[in-house]
Design a binder for this molecule. Structure first.
Ligand SMILES: [Zn+2]
Length: 301
């Protein structure tokens, strides 16, 4: 068989794989590729979470007992915010089902676990399955934002809720599983072309493979930016459903934009949309969410 035919057959196989593994995303209305089941993603989430907590060891606040009153307050604040957001997530999925979206709700099945990790890193995450960690470094950004990470940085639960809502948004929309699925597909595509290029000159083959790698990487980055925007929007919805002030969201991301590059966690380093894009999104969304908030929770001052 000629080189072109092999490549075509392999890519046709990948296309079939792609189209047979698409599911409805009720948050965007689109059909999206996801080859990883909810239960597999959840098992991976739990496994990573246990590993991370083990690695962090003594930095996990109140794992067995609380070392201080401040630690206890930090953990209970995160858990209170989490309890409100997770209920909002369950209600949101129920409402989307009631609107006729055909998807499997996950929030009510999640194991919802919250921990706080002592670290200067401004980071937070929610793994598939609802395994949440908040680093004290991000509580400085949501709190008094003076660059000094302390357990006293709890004065603004609304901004902390913005961060947690965003992270929970990633988990609800299966962004981790979709990213893994896309990465796998890109690798398979590159490999398929590699096989097809078998009898090509080594130098030429390297050039083609390199170009494909760069293109795949670019595709995945665009994909991540799309996920960031989607998590922002879902987070905002959870925020108003849990009666946290939606106007805190643009403020929070403005602060994120002010963080030095070296301090930024990997997620924000490479994938987060330019602060200007993010601010423009929030400006566009805000009137709708202020209205939603006021209908549900009373007038904002
Ligand atoms: Zn994110």
């Amino acid at each position: 068989m000629g080189r072109g035919v092999i490549i075509l057959v392999a890519l046709a196989g990948l296309a079939v794989y792609y189209f047979s593994n698409r599911e409805v995303n009720p948050f965007s209305g689109e059909r999206e590729f996801n080859a990883i089941s909810v239960s597999d993603a959840r098992a991976l989430g739990e496994q990573s979470y246990v590993q991370i907590l083990q690695q962090e060891g003594g930095n996990v606040l109140c794992l067995e007992r609380c070392q201080s009153d401040a630690a206890e307050e930090a953990v209970s604040t995160v858990r209170e915010i989490g309890a409100r957001l997770q209920q909002a997530a369950i209600d949101y999925e129920n409402d989307l089902r009631a609107e006729g979206w055909d998807f499997t709700p996950v929030a009510r099945e999640f194991a919802w676990t919250y921990n706080v990790i002592q670290s200067d890193q401004p980071n937070a995450f929610c793994l598939p399955g609802g395994y949440v960690a908040v680093y004290t470094g991000i509580m400085d950004v949501t709190g008094n934002f003076d660059g000094e990470v302390t357990l006293g940085d709890l004065d603004d639960p609304d901004k902390l809720a913005v961060v947690m809502g965003h992270e929970i948004g990633h988990a609800l929309a299966h962004h981790g599983a979709k990213r893994m699925s896309q990465g796998q597909l890109a690798q398979l595509g590159v490999a398929a072309v590699g096989v097809g290029l078998g009898d090509m000159d080594v130098g030429q083959r390297q050039m083609v493979m390199q170009a494909m790698g760069v293109a795949a990487q670019g595709g995945l980055m665009a994909f991540s930016r799309k996920h960031e925007t989607e998590a922002d929007r879902i987070g905002l919805e959870l925020l108003v459903r849990a009666c946290y002030d939606p106007r805190e969201a643009p403020d929070l991301w403005e602060r994120m934009g002010q963080l030095g590059g070296g301090q930024r966690p990997p997620e924000w380093l490479s994938t987060h949309p330019a602060s200007a894009t993010r601010a423009a999104n929030f400006r566009e969304w805000m009137p709708e969410y202020i209205e939603k908030y006021e209908a549900r929770c009373g007038a904002l001052d």
